[in-house]
Design a binder for this molecule. Structure first.
Ligand code: SF4
Ligand code: SF4
Length: 81
């Protein structure tokens, strides 16, 4: 079972390194919608799922992924997988 990811600056610093350059993040302008990033802790993007294009996910390389036993990835767009 996944463990809860803390919503704090330390997690954000890691997330920036992976969600930031993720092929889906910038093209979909996910930074312009709540919760901006750290989707594994904060939940999916508030951008309408119909307007998000799945171009891949970099969560699988993120240090928090194994640390918190995360599963599936695509936390910003769970409806798209
Ligand atoms: S697992 Fe994904 S959403 Fe969570 S911190 Fe890492 S890159 Fe960001
Ligand atoms: S949660 Fe995954 S798909 Fe979404 S922006 Fe972060 S790395 Fe990309």
């Amino acid at each position: 079972m996944p463990l809860p990811v803390p919503d704090n600056e330390e997690s954000m610093a890691v997330c920036r390194r992976f969600c930031g350059p993720c092929p889906s993040f910038k093209p979909n302008k996910l930074n312009e919608y709540e919760p901006h990033a750290l989707f594994c802790a904060r939940g999916k993007s508030q951008k309408p799922m119909s307007e998000i294009e799945n171009k891949g996910c970099s969560c699988f390389g993120c240090d928090l992924f194994p640390k918190y036993q995360l599963e599936k990835g695509y936390f910003c767009m769970p409806d798209k997988i």
